[in-house]
Design a binder for this molecule. Structure first.
Ligand code: SF4
Length: 399
């Protein structure tokens, strides 16, 4: 079973220099949550209080640093992730958006997404967040069953979550929400009912993640103690196929392993990652890619803040990625997409020849088995192959 948790027209194949004319993406990490969910391995932390002025100033400084490192670009998207960025003061969100579009001219149709938890407290801020410039919201609904939401440690119930979804649809032009499936004991019949209900809400985008037990989480400890067993991988695979069929039948076909959208309503921000475009990442633990240079910021909130206050940026490491590493990253990200990858583009980005990127004999063998599709320089994982994505990548991506 693939790990479904991780970030249609094929992109043109630019030269390495041509990448500079592609719009960049900006990720802003807000690391705080009200409580820690037992399945969560994200960089999220519970703190009694947050010095809002200090955090706002530091994020603005970290942003200015990235802007200086990536000059003369257009900004195609901004994504506020976390953590729980819907807990950010809307004035801080507005200040960051204003600064970002001051540093980089914004595309006319810039996409500005904020992840939000669907509690009544946060829904009450949606009008102010829309006013601040947010035009797309991704809601962490996670389940449509109160018992399951309690088990997942979520602070909201179904009624509260759906009320927040209504409020979001009233305030934002574009709305997505997340559900977690392949939960212990979940049957195809139960998932069909829950997914059918989710599809009836009329959002343009859905993120549907299989529950995975991540090391270091509370769920990992409980599984080790024998308190519950994860769903059997074969049962998970059946639910994955069922999910693909139901979303496609409703006009929200999968465009990535876990993401489904109406045509044209895909997350442009996440497409930048999957198509291996340039993105700046600011805030604790954020990653970035600037023309083959990888950046990662200090992970612990207090350490990141201290670093920014001392140095004007929160960077922990900054490395030039060698050609093979660039190629591997581009393949690992791009083959998650239904559109697949253009090998000539990855060759241009990495400076390697196409037969150095992938094991073409292995790719042809997998194509004969119906798991891959090779059309000229375009390589795509078939629907059947998506269930075996990790194994396919291990077989074809040249080490
Ligand atoms: S709200 Fe999201 S980021 Fe925060 S602990 Fe729960 S899953 Fe993790």
């Amino acid at each position: 079973m693939v790990d479904a948790r991780h970030p249609h027209a094929p992109a043109p194949a630019p030269s390495p220099e041509g990448r500079e004319s592609e719009a960049i993406a900006l990720y802003i990490h807000w690391p705080f949550c009200v409580s820690k969910c037992p399945y969560c391995d994200f960089n999220s932390h519970v703190r009694e209080s947050v010095d809002q002025q200090a955090w706002r100033d530091a994020l603005l400084r970290d942003l200015a640093h990235e802007a200086a490192e990536l000059p003369d670009r257009q900004l195609g998207s901004i994504f506020f992730g976390g953590g729980t960025p819907s807990l950010m003061p809307p004035a801080t969100v507005a200040a960051l958006i204003d600064a970002a579009v001051h540093h980089w001219p914004a595309a006319d149709d810039i996409e500005i997404t904020l992840e939000a938890n669907p509690s009544s407290v946060e829904a009450a801020r949606f009008a102010d967040l829309a006013q601040a410039g947010i035009n797309r919201v991704s809601l962490g609904l996670q389940a449509l069953d109160d018992r399951v939401l309690g088990w997942l440690g979520r602070a909201h119930g179904v009624a509260e979550g759906l009320a927040a979804l209504d409020t979001a649809q009233a305030h934002f032009g574009r709305v997505s929400f997340d559900l977690i499936y392949a939960r212990p004991g979940q049957t195809p019949e139960a998932w069909a009912t829950e997914l059918g209900r989710a599809l009836s809400f009329g959002t343009e985008h859905l993120s549907l993640y299989q529950l995975t037990i991540e090391p270091g989480t509370q769920f990992a400890t409980r599984v080790a103690k024998g308190e519950f067993e994860p769903l059997d991988p074969d049962a998970g695979a059946e639910l994955f196929e069922q999910t693909r069929a139901a979303t496609a039948a409703s006009g929200l076909a999968a465009y990535e392993v876990s993401n489904h959208a109406r045509p044209g309503a895909e997350s442009r921000h996440n497409l930048t990652y999957w198509r291996y475009g340039n993105y700046a990442g600011i805030g604790p633990g954020a990653h970035g890619r600037r023309d083959g240079r990888a950046t990662v910021r200090r992970r612990k909130p207090e350490n990141w803040l201290t670093r920014v206050q001392a140095s004007g940026h929160g960077i922990e490491r900054e490395d030039d990625l060698p050609p093979r590493a660039r190629a591997q990253e581009a393949l690992l990200m791009g083959l998650r997409l239904t559109e697949g990858v253009d090998l000539s583009r990855i060759a241009a980005i990495s400076g390697l020849a196409i037969d150095q990127l992938v094991d073409l004999a292995a790719a042809d063998r997998l194509a004969l088995q119906g798991l891959l599709i090779r059309d000229g320089n375009r390589l795509t994982v078939s629907d059947a192959g998506m269930l075996l994505l990790d194994a396919i990548l291990a077989e074809i991506v040249a080490a």
